[in-house]
Ligand binder design. Structure first.
Ligand code: PSU
Ligand code: MN
Length: 308
């Protein structure tokens, strides 16, 4: 049977040679950042990887086909077309309808895992929404990470979510969570959340060793690497608290629910902070892409087969 997804030549070549590759998601581009900064960001993330000697694999569904690695035109499409936000469950429907979609962390991690990629950089992870005990709104990012054996570098979850609830669910799902040089789980725009995680790792090689051990001991789960942004780059905590409080009220008033909640809050927060949260958002993503590159390099160093 033909492959249900398309791996770009560049990514296929890097996979064959065991060279470092980092997967990138497309929902952050199409729904998480305003145009045209989103296009610049998508190009910049790929460029950061290339200049570190790592092959970028931006993932999206184009005309029904999940793509692992996009060309310039594909990157342009995810930035400027009005793509639907696609999670794992949307993949077969998009395929049958030959429709396009921007993949969430869940769908990206799932497809990356299917293609044999091991490291994935994003901004923030989806998680348990506030009020989830009533609404059942928990991102499929969490349950997917319990099955897709991919290491995801994020700056934790946004404080718009239920952070302790998210950490509890990751525990239930047996997904390892490690803090990069911290045990204070980051809350995206801020370095910490006040919620302590059990484990800290101090360099990329140590993370690659956890991945290797997970392959032997684990049950197919991915790994969450929580990477706080540098102190001087974090959003002013007072403004952060003020804007977030009004964001919830606005979402309530607008009556948004389901998968529209995350994009609504992100868009509202950028506007209400007059773009300041956006600059922090971009710093966070760049920072995660850089760490993911180091992990991918460490991973390929650790697992490289000597050529004969
Ligand atoms: N959190 C962010 N930025 C984002 C997202 C989450 O800080 O762009 C996106 C990611 O693609 C994530 C998705 O996978 O939202 C989660 O959406 P939901 O809560 O509907 O599962
Ligand atoms: Mn949801």
């Amino acid at each position: 049977m033909a492959s249900p997804f398309l791996v770009s030549d560049e990514v296929a070549e890097a996979l064959r040679a065991g060279r470092p590759i980092v997967a990138l998601e497309s929902t952050i581009i199409s729904h998480g950042l305003p145009r045209p900064r989103n296009h610049e960001a998508a190009q910049e993330f790929e460029e950061i990887l290339r200049s570190a000697g790592v092959t970028p694999a931006t993932i999206a569904v184009l005309d029904g086909v999940p793509r692992i690695g996009l060309d310039e035109e594909g990157v342009r499409r995810i930035a400027f077309e009005d793509l639907t936000k696609a999670s794992v469950r949307d993949l077969p429907i998009l395929a049958a309808k030959k429709a396009s979609g921007a993949t969430t962390v869940a769908a990206t991690a799932y497809l990356a895992g299917r293609a044999g990629l091991r490291v994935f950089a994003t901004g923030g992870l989806g998680g348990v929404h506030r009020g989830a005990s009533e609404s059942f709104d928990e991102s499929a990012d969490l349950s997917t990470l319990a099955r897709a054996g991919v290491t995801v570098v994020s700056a934790g979850v946004k404080s718009v979510l239920d952070i302790p609830g998210t950490l509890e669910r990751l525990e239930t799902l047996s997904v390892p969570v490690v803090g990069y040089r911290t045990t204070d789980f980051p809350s995206f725009w801020l370095r910490g959340s006040g919620y302590t995680i059990d484990w800290q790792v101090d360099d990329a090689v140590e993370i690659a060793r956890v991945m290797q051990a997970q392959d032997e001991l684990g049950d197919g789960q991915g790994i969450v690497v929580a990477n706080p942004l540098p102190a001087e780059q974090q959003w002013d905590p007072a403004e952060h608290d003020r804007v977030l409080a009004t964001a919830f009220a606005a979402a309530d008033e607008a009556g948004v629910s389901g998968k529209a909640v995350t994009p609504f809050l992100l868009g509202y927060i950028v506007d209400a902070s007059e773009g300041r949260s956006l600059e922090v958002n971009l710093d966070i993503a760049r920072n995660n892409v850089r760490l993911a590159a180091e992990i991918a390099i460490a991973w390929s160093g650790l697992t490289a087969q000597p050529e004969d």
